[in-house]
Design a protein around this ligand. Structure first.
Ligand code: GLU
Length: 450
């Protein structure tokens, strides 16, 4: 059975970049009725915040991404300690004392000599006395001794990968304050939780080589690894700096629909054409890892506006019913209201503005040239309620009386009735109108806003 996990560090809000990782893991599990675990990588107690845990969970729930269970690394420290002890006993963890500035200097020297800036394992050369002395000044931290072998795996998106671990610095697994770092904690969790597929960003590829080696040293087979390429801005620029602005909560506030965002992220970087899903099950059935390219993926947030309109245009009544109730749209009109309006929305809160217009009458939009025409036309319009025939009957009457036709006839009437130049078919809209404004003055400005 497929078991995946999404492992955010709760040090910030969810954004389109890490949502894409969450979504891939979720869809992979959903596709095969597997398990999806939300793992909070919260061992860094200074940077991890409950506020971010809450917000990540809220955003995922809002998107319909539900987890089978949630785990917090801060509650699993004992397991990491045991694994570190095993490695220590095998002589694969060694204590180091170099400061950041010492290391930086060594790196610089190596680079000046044209050599790769790999940690030289200087700490191994210390005698026990020297070690004692350094320890009394500052506590040591612990590095994992890579065995220098080449690590090969077949990645679910990147294909065959081969990394020579002799080209890497021995990674620090335990900090001087005893805190177990991500590399080891993640290995312990992936093994202990029986994760079958690890899907994450391509920025983790080198980590993966180290983690595979660690897993084999802890006597465990490794899961399948899938590294998706990273998102860039529309011109290929790194997205990293703008991710704060692309947080899910901001997109929600801008009125972006969950399925618009999820559909875009499901297909971005895939060779398949985008299909708007009605729900996550749809997206899971379209989702296909081998279709993803290894090239960075351009993310253009402006696509989300069109997709949001498209998403609303195909949304069934059942999905919006509660909101219409909240907006106090009478139950007997609600269904008709939705089917008439849904293809004309930028975002769902436009429904509120439309309902105000229909309920209270619009602030008419009338140009100087149309003022007399509009007054005459409205004298021929009876009061609501209207039906499906009202618009054609009325416009026929008006045409007869004024000799206007086509756009010159319809547009001023639409603008006077709705205060807008655009909107749904008027014959469908008329039965929803509760009140008509019959006082007109020249006003050709911006359409009314709430
Ligand atoms: N907390 C890590 C991150 O957010 C998890 C990486 C992983 O999926 O292993 O980058």
């Amino acid at each position: 059975m497929i078991k995946t996990r999404f492992a955010p560090s709760p040090t910030g809000h969810l954004h389109v970049g890490n949502l894409r990782t969450a979504l891939f893991n979720f869809l992979l599990a959903l596709k095969s009725q597997g398990t999806f675990i939300l793992r909070l990588d919260d061992t860094d107690t200074e940077r991890s915040k409950q506020e971010f845990i809450d917000s990540i969970q809220f955003d995922l729930e809002w998107l319909g991404i539900h987890w089978t269970r949630v785990e917090r690394q801060s509650k699993r420290l004992e397991l990491y300690r045991e694994a570190a002890e095993k490695l220590r006993q095998k002589g694969q963890l060694y204590e180091c004392f170099e400061t950041q500035s010492e290391l930086a200097l060594r790196r610089k020297t190596l680079l000046n000599m044209g050599k790769p800036p790999i940690y030289d394992r200087g700490a191994l050369a210390l005698t026990e006395d020297e070690r004692e002395k350094r320890r009394s000044q500052t506590p040591g931290y612990w590095r994992y001794m890579l065995n220098g072998q080449r690590i090969n795996w077949v990645d679910g998106i990147q294909g065959a990968i081969s990394i020579d671990t002799s080209s890497l610095s021995d990674p620090v697994l335990i900090r001087a304050d005893g805190l177990c770092l991500y590399t080891l904690a993640s290995v312990v969790d992936d093994v202990e939780m029986g994760i079958t597929d690890v899907v994450r960003g391509a920025d983790h590829i080198t980590n993966t080589a180290v983690q595979i080696q660690l897993m084999s040293q802890l006597n465990h087979p490794h899961p399948r690894f899938v590294h998706h390429s990273l998102l860039t801005g529309p011109r290929g620029e790194p997205l990293a700096k703008r991710l704060g602005a692309l947080s899910i909560r901001d997109l929600r506030e801008q009125g972006i629909e969950p399925m618009a965002l999820l559909s875009l992220l499901t297909f971005s970087g895939s060779r398949q054409d985008l299909k708007m899903g009605s729900n996550l099950e749809d997206l899971a059935s379209y989702f296909d890892l081998p279709n993803f390219s290894t090239a960075p993926v351009k993310f253009n947030e402006s696509d989300l506006n069109d997709l949001t309109s498209q998403c609303l245009a195909q949304m069934p009544f059942s999905a919006i019913k509660d909101l219409l109730e909240e907006y106090k749209i009478p139950a007997h009109l609600a269904q008709n209201f939705w089917h008439t309006l849904r293809a004309n929305l930028n975002q769902r809160k436009d429904l509120h503005d439309w309902w105000k217009i229909l309920r209270d009458g619009a602030v008419p939009l009338v140009s100087k040239d149309d003022l007399d025409f509009v007054r005459q036309a409205f004298s021929l319009l009876k009061s609501p309620p209207y039906d499906q025939e009202t618009w054609s009957q009325w416009t026929k009457l008006v045409s007869h009386a004024t000799s206007r036709k086509g756009k010159g006839l319809y547009m001023p009437l639409r603008k006077a009735l709705t205060g807008r130049a655009q909107g749904p078919e008027m014959n469908n809209l008329m039965p929803l109108i509760q009140k008509v404004t019959r006082e007109f003055e020249v006003s050709d400005g911006e359409p009314q806003k709430d």
